[in-house]
Design a protein. Structure first.
Length: 418
């Protein structure tokens, strides 16, 4: 008779060490570890679909990105930057990274699954109360404060990039155009979605993390009025309206309350030295519209959401699934079974082909695998910034000292982001 193994308590140091070693030396995660379920979203370079881990049954959202499209559009650095940023972020109101990996044709980013759909889906279908909108904006404010403390500005806050979980909590997603920021080193590129860009972005004199609070104001306005505060028939006229910074507030039935109007206008404040949130998170929390909320309890998810997405029907656009079936030449399931290696570069290759090959090699090297199961409970921050960084950057005062995790992190960040 075989000798039975001793029963070891789960809490014992020996068992914890064994578990840690099993995770450390576990095989790298790849597409074969997942069951591919329905498509729920579409991006510039690929799609998003629900997947289920075959071993645990846990569900996630899989964002798969065509390498060829990334190379063709010269977006390699954006993808590498997004992947590196996500590794260092972990917050209740973000779509947190769980896995990343790649194969011959695709890059894969696996994040928390949000079955409640995006905010655009919901606000385009029904009107919401001020209480429901206040809950969303307050949670997003917590997310914005957190990423700014990590030295990251999102630059594309809009309803499409805000996802609801099954309970109704909101989560900020899509860091594709996000950037790190350093006090007294303004950003200048017009990155993001035009209607949500702050006046200082269009003015071209430099900006920092205060632009996210303006974008949050645009989203806030849109949730209340079901339209954007600044609309125009051309990019130039839209830019002029935003630079002027004078949104109109339509009369509604029932009317929007004065505290709500005040909160929207305080976020859509043209002068960034007066914009709530941008001049300190306490100015956002202490705004009369948000004052009734206990933000500590809110961040711990101890306050029940006002709106809960339906669990009886889908909260996604069904056309994405149809496109995958009807329009794709080779759906993802088929590609997982038959992928051909890239052809070797020929001796008479053009400069364009040589450049493409370099970018492909860059992706293969720098898009690193990630597995949240092998990470410590508290993820390291990419950059540690004091809470006053954004405010001091806005006011052009001497900035706080920034401490990087290590020299290699700093050098990597400068090389790929600046």
């Amino acid at each position: 008779m075989a000798e039975s193994l001793p029963v070891v308590p789960l809490t014992s140091p020996w068992n914890a060490n064994i578990a840690e070693n099993l995770l450390t030396y576990a095989p790298a995660v790849n597409l074969n570890h997942f069951r591919l379920l329905r498509v729920v979203g579409k991006g510039a370079f690929g799609k998003v679909r629900i997947v289920e881990r075959k071993d645990t049954g846990l569900t996630f959202a899989l964002k798969y990105i065509r390498k060829d499209e990334v190379v063709r559009s010269e977006s390699v650095r954006n993808i590498i930057r997004e992947r590196r940023m996500l590794e260092h972020l972990n917050h209740p109101f973000l779509c947190n990274l769980r896995y990343s990996f790649q194969d011959i044709e695709y890059l894969y980013i696996v994040v928390d699954l949000m079955t409640g759909g995006d905010l655009r889906f919901h606000i385009s279908r029904k009107a919401f109360t001020e209480d429901a909108v206040r809950f969303w904006i307050a949670q997003l404010g917590c997310a914005v404060r957190y990423i700014h403390q990590q030295g990251i500005v999102h630059r594309d806050i809009k309803p499409d990039n805000v996802l609801l979980d099954c309970d109704g909590h909101v989560h900020l997603a899509d860091f594709n155009v996000a950037s790190d920021f350093i006090p007294h080193k303004p950003l200048t590129s017009k990155s993001g979605t035009l209607a949500y860009l702050a006046p200082e972005v269009y003015e071209g004199k430099g900006y920092s993390c205060e632009v996210d609070w303006w974008s949050l104001g645009v989203l806030f306005y849109e949730c209340i009025y079901n339209k954007r505060p600044f609309e125009a028939s051309s990019h130039d006229s839209l830019a002029q309206k935003i630079i002027k910074g004078e949104p109109t507030f339509p009369v509604t039935t029932p009317p929007v309350t004065m505290p709500c109007l005040h909160a929207i206008s305080s976020l859509l404040e043209k002068n960034r030295k007066k914009r709530i949130g941008a001049i300190g998170f306490e100015t956002f929390v202490d705004n009369p519209f948000f004052r009734p909320l206990d933000f500590s309890a809110l961040e711990r998810k101890e306050i029940d959401p006002v709106f809960i997405p339906s669990s009886d029907k889908t909260n996604f656009d069904a056309t994405y699934d149809l496109e995958e079936l009807l329009l794709e030449e080779a759906p993802l399931e088929a590609r997982a079974r038959r992928q051909k290696p890239r052809e070797a570069l020929k001796d008479d290759a053009t400069d364009q082909e040589v450049r493409a090959e370099e970018l492909h090699k860059m992706i293969e090297t720098l898009f690193e695998p990630f597995n949240y199961m092998t990470m410590t409970e508290q993820r390291p921050a990419a950059i540690l910034v004091t809470a006053q960084t954004c405010q001091q950057s806005v006011q052009s005062n001497p900035g706080p000292r920034i401490e990087w995790i290590d020299k290699k992190s700093l050098l990597d960040w400068i090389e790929w982001i600046v």
